[in-house]
Design a protein around this ligand. Structure first.
Ligand SMILES: Cc1cc2nc3c(=O)[nH]c(=O)nc-3n(C[C@H](O)[C@H](O)[C@H](O)COP(=O)(O)OP(=O)(O)OC[C@H]3O[C@@H](n4cnc5c(N)ncnc54)[C@H](O)[C@@H]3O)c2cc1C
Length: 471
């Protein structure tokens, strides 16, 4: 068995596949290690939204855009918290990454690019996605991987997790697996985030974990990098995705397929949002999802309930994407997190919310509706009183799809120690860097999947330029 390579890529997902393919195309002998039985990682569940400015597809549609405009949007949305060097690298590589996918036959959704409102929106139509979300990306990457494996250059080992990095003289020179040790001039950590690792999540993000992250996102690469002295960046930047139903099995996973529609621009709210004490905590019609996400971090257990009456249920559709009013009625008091009652008190008791608190909050909200102004939170959309029984509530957790902390790297994606020095032979990219690297304490649309692909290919090319490959 060959145990000597030019490059070892740990993780055959969004980052690892394009990294390995590009390196092999440029002459490297690559070992691609994948702990799962299949390649693809988070692409099996990802929305696969990607951003890029000045692309061929934008030009064909007459959309004017530039790197400067993309960067200005990232600066605005992240309030300057994203790393300038890495977000600039992402934006710069974004154009060619989208154009490259285009050339590779990526099946764009006909509406892409468009402005997407699920996160704080960009100023122009700059978000691209495929007809099958993340799977559209995987379709292209998998085909390229299969072709490259057939041509030679990549040794893909499925069901082969990396356990640790091998160090020699302060440099990383290989990877240890259950199948034995493998050596290489360089190692790339492309193992994804840690949204499926409650212990690491508690340690690095310090928040309650209710997760919809892909199950392989257990932070292995981050732990391995820490063992050889890598610094972790991004502390204090964690942000949840806004609201999702609890898991039917009471575990830490969210029902990602049944998503409450909470974007005010897509469904102006008839409901109020209350915390466990029954208190409102944000203007429910706040147009900025970023403002809502930041407010959610501040409430007890990062959990809230949308509360509404029968009239609202009929008037404001859909409360949960894909659910009719009859679906919601059928799920009430059956499915975890969906409640109904004939009085406010009865509903509150089922919700696990303070009944007296909820009664007085609804009374105050109704006064605001009558007055035509919300003196507490400045909500403007006050369509109707909440009075008509039965009443309904949907429990929403802050959801973790992605993690924000990760391995600290320099602008060349070389892993750094806490003193800022480089660990020779060790690179990292993708969510292993933490979302904060490119987005700071915010969600900038399409700024994880795209940089994962772009950074993976970039490392492969940089190493070729340094003459790190056999051919
Ligand atoms: C529901 C959901 C929706 C999302 N939507 C979007 C979106 O629309 N736009 C966007 O930009 N981002 C989105 N994201 C985030 C984005 O998809 C991910 O950040 C990105 O795909 C991660 O790429 P990656 O290469 O870092 O990790 P992955 O694609 O997860 O790949 C990591 C691979 O490494 C393997 N691995 C892990 N540990 C080891 C080990 N020890 N040894 C060997 N292999 C290992 C894993 O099995 C996996 O195959 C979403 C995430 C989720 C969960």
């Amino acid at each position: 068995m060959n145990k000597q390579f030019d490059l070892i890529v740990i993780g055959a997902g969004t980052t690892g596949i394009p990294c390995a393919v590009e390196a092999a195309n440029l002459g490297a002998k690559v070992l691609l290690l994948e702990k799962s039985h299949e390649v693809g990682g988070t692409l099996f569940t990802s929305g696969g939204h990607m951003s890029g400015a000045g692309t061929k597809r934008q030009k064909e549609r007459g959309i004017e855009d530039s790197h400067a405009a993309h960067l200005a949007d990232i600066e605005r949305i992240s309030h300057g918290t994203a790393r300038k060097d890495l977000s600039t690298l992402a934006v710069t590589l974004g154009t060619e990454t989208i154009d490259w996918l285009d050339e590779q036959g990526f099946e764009f959704h006909e509406k892409a690019p468009r402005i997407v409102y699920g996160h704080e929106p960009y100023g122009v139509a700059r978000t691209y996605y495929g007809t099958e979300s993340g799977l559209s990306i995987l379709k292209v990457l998998k085909r390229l991987l299969d072709e490259r494996i057939a041509l030679g250059g990549i040794d893909l080992r499925l069901n082969t997790g990396a356990n640790s990095l091998i160090e020699e003289g302060g440099a990383v020179v290989g990877v240890r697996t259950a199948e034995g040790d493998f050596t290489a001039k360089n190692v790339v950590i492309a193992t994804g985030g840690f949204g499926a690792n409650p212990e690491m999540f508690a340690r690095l993000e310090g928040a309650p974990l209710v997760s919809a992250a892909w199950p392989t996102s257990t932070g292995d690469g981050i732990a391995m990098a820490e063992e050889v002295g890598a610094a972790v960046a991004g502390a204090g930047t964690y942000l949840p995705t806004f609201g999702g139903l609890p898991s039917p099995d009471g575990g830490v996973r969210i029902r990602w397929d049944d998503r409450p529609l909470l974007v005010a621009k897509e469904r102006p709210p008839h409901e109020i949002y209350v915390d466990r004490r029954g208190n409102r905590w944000v203007a429910e019609d706040e147009p900025s999802i970023d403002v809502k996400e930041h407010a959610l971090v501040g409430i007890e257990e990062m959990t809230f309930w949308t509360f509404f009456d029968s009239a609202a249920l009929e008037a404001s559709q859909p409360m949960v994407i894909g659910w009719s009013t009859d679906d919601l009625k059928a799920h009430a008091n059956v499915l975890p997190g969906v409640f109904s009652g004939n009085t406010i008190e009865e509903t509150a008791a089922r919700m696990g919310v303070d009944p007296a608190g909820l009664v007085s909050t609804v009374a105050r909200y109704n006064e605001h509706v009558v007055a035509g102004a919300d003196a507490e939170f400045g909500r403007k959309h006050l369509p109707a009183l909440i009075t008509e029984a039965p009443f309904y509530a949907i429990q929403n957790h802050a959801i973790t799809l992605i993690t924000f902390s990760g391995i600290d790297v320099d602008v060349n994606l070389r892993v750094r120690k806490t003193d800022g020095s480089i660990i020779p032979g060790l690179y990292a990219a993708g969510e292993a860097l933490g979302a904060a690297a490119t987005m700071g304490k915010s969600f900038c649309g399409g700024l994880l999947a795209m940089p994962a692909i772009a950074f993976g290919r970039h490392i492969a090319r940089e190493l070729a330029a340094e003459g790190s490959y056999t051919k």
